[in-house]
Ligand binder design. Structure first.
Ligand SMILES: Cc1cc2nc3c(=O)[nH]c(=O)nc-3n(C[C@H](O)[C@H](O)[C@H](O)COP(=O)(O)O)c2cc1C
Length: 197
């Protein structure tokens, strides 16, 4: 089974990327093939609320998001990975998430027409890193990602969160977390309770 991984950090080899690649070792160990999509390399315009997808379930904006819709529909496992920026996900991640509104409308329209088929196998996972240890540091991002998965018809399959890493290279100092991340990746694919850290 292929896993789509949306990497929302603009920083190459940054903390989110290191954590994500480590978690993906567990994903591969469980027999899945991850495909990493680096959102910062794509041109994904923000949703302009034109209402086009209300009628068709398809986004009228043509850009690098366009081919991603089919890929999202075709997979049963998605991982969104984003560092915390101002108590939320990065702008790159949020633009991607807002554009999944077309999938939310697709689902709504298919339910109205009777074409909708539930697929309980679909699950999404969230990875995040924040520099500070505020008790509510991940709250906003988790809510955003949960609702994105709802639009993508994915149950929320868990999260792996690390507080502390800030500068590029910091993540490597969190060896204990990285060991747990490998296990979390494996559990996510096997459909077990994912580790929350
Ligand atoms: C624009 C910006 C906003 C940030 N906002 C927060 C924040 O609100 N809370 C926090 O704990 N860290 C914040 N950070 C720190 C990042 O979450 C932290 O450096 C993280 O390790 C970056 O991950 P990366 O290496 O994958 O880019 C912010 C960083 C940037 C660049």
């Amino acid at each position: 089974m292929d896993v789509l991984v949306f990497l929302g950090s603009p920083r190459k080899k940054g903390n989110t990327e290191v954590l994500t690649r480590t978690l993906l070792e567990g994903v591969s160990h469980a027999g899945s093939t991850p495909e990493i999509i680096r959102l910062n390399d794509l041109k994904i315009a923000p949703c302009i609320s034109c209402g086009g997808c209300d009628k068709t379930g398809k986004c009228v904006v043509e850009d690098d998001m366009t081919p991603l819709y089919k890929k999202i529909i075709a997979t049963n496992r998605i991982i969104i990975a984003s560092p915390i920026y101002f108590y939320g996900v990065t702008a790159q991640t949020k633009a991607f998430i807002d554009r999944t509104q077309a999938l939310w409308n697709r689902k709504r329209l298919q339910k109205i027409s009777g074409e909708w088929k539930e697929n309980p196998a679909r699950r999404g996972f969230f990875i995040s890193v924040a520099a500070t240890k505020g008790a509510r540091i991940f709250e906003g991002a988790i809510l955003t990602v949960k609702y994105a998965y709802d639009a993508m018809d994915m149950a929320y399959g868990g999260e792996f969160l690390v507080t502390g890493p800030d500068k590029r290279g910091d993540m490597a100092k969190y060896e204990e977390k990285l060991v747990k991340a490998r296990a979390a990746g494996e559990n996510f694919i096997r459909g077990l309770d994912a580790h929350v850290d």
